[in-house]
Ligand binder design. Structure first.
Ligand code: SME
Length: 163
């Protein structure tokens, strides 16, 4: 199911937002709010950033800026969840029906579909943008384009600031 013309307007607003944000952190906070407020089927929107930690510990995806209900999954290892799959393969994952995907880590009982897009800095995965919807198959091609556009904006910003 398509998200309609709202995606086009939001993309324009995102470009403005990227030029105004003073840091990558601010950009991420403003971005989750914009996507959550304006894209009606985006019911939970958040970033997970990859933390390497000490050599004895496995890398973790750590919850960053988000909009929506608090999730029990604040730290996700790379071998778990849709989030782990996207970060470890470096590929966008779209799940039309989370109840049929054994990788899915439940965040809310209302979630029906999910998209996770990796964020690259210097060619390496540094985090990801995760969006959940209360609607089945909420993420059509234009949504995937929009979310990948967002992840790319954040990746570029992180590359510039190295923060
Ligand atoms: N559903 C995700 C976990 C994060 S919550 O959706 C916010 C997953 O399967 O990795």
């Amino acid at each position: 199911m398509s998200s309609g013309p709202e995606a086009v307007d939001v993309k324009r607003e995102l470009t403005t937002l990227a030029s105004q944000a003073k840091s990558a952190q601010e950009l991420m906070s403003l971005m989750v709010k914009l996507l959550h407020d304006r894209m009606l089927k985006y019911n939970w929107v958040g970033f997970y950033m990859l933390e390497q930690g000490p050599p004895s510990q496995p890398p973790m995806l750590v919850l960053g800026a988000f909009e929506g209900a608090m999730t029990p999954h604040t730290r996700i290892p790379l071998h778990q969840g849709i989030c782990g799959a996207a970060a470890s393969t470096g590929k966008t994952v779209v799940v039309d029906d989370v109840s049929k995907d054994p990788r899915y880590l439940a965040c809310s009982l209302e979630t029906k579909s999910e998209i996770v897009v990796p964020i690259f800095v210097g060619g390496k995965v540094k985090g990801e943008l995760d969006i959940d919807s209360h609607f089945l198959a909420a993420f059509a091609k234009e949504d995937r384009d929009l979310v990948e556009y967002c992840a790319n904006l954040v990746g570029k910003r992180l590359e510039q600031s190295k923060t």
